[in-house]
Ligand binder design. Structure first.
Ligand SMILES: [Zn+2]
Length: 182
């Protein structure tokens, strides 16, 4: 028994069925629909392929960009050494200023002694002694100020070392977690 694909009529032989399908509008429509469906499916497949390729391309670009960023970061970290970031290198004027302050402190005490000698020579020993004490306090004030600056510079150095240690620790942790993932 043979069926027409369109109208489902039955025929004794295949030849009869095929002959009927040539003229049966329903059978013709059925074949046409099937062909259109096939074309549509192929078109969808083609578009899916293009989209997949685009996605792959985007992923590749993102990966390259990330690698580039990591490289740049590593380059920056290489330049970011203990030596270049120490306060001695970063704040040369503050260091010069500290040296100058020490010099001024010595100068103040020396001035006080000179004032004492001159005053004692002129018979004003008490005033001269007062000058000397005053010069000691002035020198002490100058030295304290220079130490405050030193403290800030040390704080800066310590901060920098801590940051570097943190970065290195994070990198090591990253490597360990990578190994564990594998
Ligand atoms: Zn038919």
């Amino acid at each position: 028994m043979w069926y027409c694909d369109g109208c489902q009529d039955t025929f004794e032989t295949e030849k009869e069925a095929l002959e009927h399908e040539k003229t049966c509008q329903k059978a013709i429509d059925f074949v046409k629909n099937q062909e259109e469906e096939k074309k549509l499916k192929e078109k969808i497949k083609e578009e899916e392929k293009i989209l997949l390729e685009e996605k792959r391309q985007r992923n590749r670009e993102a990966k390259l960009l990330l690698q580039n960023k990591i490289l740049e970061e590593e380059k920056e970290l290489e330049l970011f050494t203990y030596h270049t970031m120490t306060s001695d290198n970063r704040f040369p004027y503050l260091n010069i200023y500290i040296s100058l302050l020490k010099f001024f402190a010595v100068l103040a005490i020396f001035g006080g002694i000179v004032a004492l000698v001159i005053s004692a020579d002129g018979g004003f020993g008490t005033i001269g002694f007062f000058f000397l004490i005053y010069s000691f306090f002035a020198a002490l004030g100058i030295l304290v100020f220079s130490e405050v600056i030193r403290l800030l510079l040390d704080f800066h150095d310590n901060n920098h070392v801590n940051t570097k240690v943190k970065i290195k620790t994070l990198k090591i942790l990253e490597k360990i977690s990578d190994k564990l993932d594998k």
